[in-house]
Design a protein around this ligand. Sequence first.
Ligand SMILES: Nc1nc2c(ncn2[C@@H]2O[C@H](COP(=O)(O)OP(=O)(O)OP(=O)(O)O)[C@@H](O)[C@H]2O)c(=O)[nH]1
Length: 345
Amino acid sequence: MISPSSKTPVIILTGFLGAGKTTLLQKILRAEHYGDSAVLINEFGEIGIDQQLVAPISPNTILLSSGCLCCQIRGELKQALLDLLDQRARGQVPHFQRIIIETTGLAEPTPIVATLQADPVLCHQLSIRHISAVVDAVNGAQMLAQQHPVWMQQIIAADSILLAKSDIAPAAAHLREQLRRLLPHTPILMHSLNDPAPELDAPGASPAPALAATAETAACAHGHEAAESVESVESAIHRQGHVHSLSLNIDTPIDWIAFSVWLSALLHAHGAAIWRLKGILNVGEAYPVLINGVQHMIYPPQHLADWPEDTRQAGRRSQLVIIANGLDPERIEASFRRHVLGEAA
Ligand SMILES: Nc1nc2c(ncn2[C@@H]2O[C@H](COP(=O)(O)OP(=O)(O)OP(=O)(O)O)[C@@H](O)[C@H]2O)c(=O)[nH]1
């Protein structure tokens, strides 16, 4: 019989698209306290950009294939965890003391907890120590006013809420008060880029309330379209209701000016519908540029110090992911091809 203290703790990092989960994860993995963590990352879309940013920090980083962790690939999550525990027992992976799961921005945490609890082996070897929801302080008030269902599920299931981007959200303190009234028992921490990593599983941290969750099934139906390969661009579209992700792999270097003009025009016309945009772009320089956008907001591009492994192996190809609501992905791709790559209409 394994006692609760000998179980490997699991931390679930949830939060809506672009909230700041990967930024926080990179920070906590660099902190001494979290150095010995295995990481599972689930992204909505075909290209795992987050995994490429986290893998250099944590050697035990696993990307769960595209699809939603809370419903479509729960079996894969289970298998990945079983494999990881088995590999640790055999000494085939660097030793780890905890597992951190970063969910897609569209996942509800409760069914993930149910998956871990329903499996007899996992249930004996793992204990869910903490669920942390990262909330984007820039658009949190809007999500709260809309009572966005997934966003609400994420904050309600959380043991603690991190209000990320407090440095650029003047109304962050007001949002914290609103959330405090809604969830009086949930600690809410303001967090910004320069703050040190918070200790999510500090001794005494309460076990996740979602442990009591029933094994409800997320009511989301996914569809998937096979990747299409045309000339120097490979694209894949992933759908969940009206939401889709368009993933592009582009083999030729991208003209930064043409890309910037195209992106400005896209956001000007459809900013509210573009929920998330991220990419690692080869702009013809020695190293790639990381771009990040959340709705209307585009963050300052970052010059990476090296090529992420996958990108380098693929001949320094650019990768771009756009998650949008209610827009036709084929039209976005066509406009990208025409205006950025200069292909004929
Ligand atoms: N100013 C500021 N920017 C932040 C902060 N946290 C994250 N960002 C920026 O917000 C953008 C999105 O952050 P990510 O960490 O990629 O968000 P995510 O939740 O992992 O995104 P998905 O995995 O796509 O759901 C990036 O450009 C970050 O640099 C913060 O506390 N302050």
